[in-house]
Design a binder for this molecule. Sequence first.
Ligand code: PMV
Length: 323
Amino acid sequence: MSTATARANIALVKYWGKRDTTLNLPAVGSLSLTLSSFRTRTEVTFVPGLGADALELDGRPAGEDELARTSRHLDRIRARAGILLRARVVSANEFPTASGLASSASGFAALTAAAAAAAGLAVGPAEMSALARMGSGSAARSIFGGFVEWKRGERADGADSVAEPIDTDDFDVQMVVAVGGRGPKKVGSTDGMELSRRTSPFYDAWVAHQPAELAAARAAIAHRDFSALGEITERSALRMHACAMASDPGLLYWRPSTIEGIERVRELRARGVEGWVTIDAGPHVKVLTRPPFGPLIAEALRSVPGITEVRVETPGPGVEVVP
Ligand code: PMV
């Protein structure tokens, strides 16, 4: 039996589109920040005599799809470790809210580390990242803390499509996470990005621009050029959503609170408050900022109708196996 924890990450340069759906190989590289408090804790026990894998999620037996996806991931680890035993998995999202904020990144990162440890499999960080990627693309990045780049890679087997940490010890940043926007459940990222690849006339342009955006983000981080990194961040999110919106049928992840949140941040920015918005496959607004601006931006977002919870996050650590 082993337990591991991992945190959610938010992409500054977005991933949207796969070049291989079986191995979860991205069409583009991406760059993210691992958060401090959006943590998943997962315990894996391989049990002799157990007939099938069992999954408990946030205190309840998981649904069929979640269990099947977890089992497929355990199969990858069993195949490497050469074991056949079925597992009991208990996973809890220690998130401040049950908002539907993406938990697949922290979830599959924690599952990978806990299952590998429980299976007695020694895997280095790069291999761990490649394994986590097969569970959920963005999980490749949650293996590491702070700023992380997930390389697109070139190889067909995906061995070079792994994440790497970017050394930024002295780059003091914050991420304001504003949860808000109710409405019908939207198309998930896996289906959404596949729809964009097949039908969005902007998809090829999106893919073609990404290397330059990644290079610019790397340079901004290397030079600790915060406003350059902010501009790249907001631009990447808007371009990803433009590509998604241009799909057929169009994907619209935003709610009125999303637009209002973007407006507030832009108004503050015009007055010297350094904050840039990013949005994933949902309505929540996340703002890349730095001290002392985090609390100010959080306060402005708390008054947006529809935004229900706001947190100021700092960079968090990568995956950890609990001793
Ligand atoms: O790997 P997934 O299915 O969690 O996809 C993540 C897609 C986005 O969150 C929209 C962008 C990203 O890079 O995290």
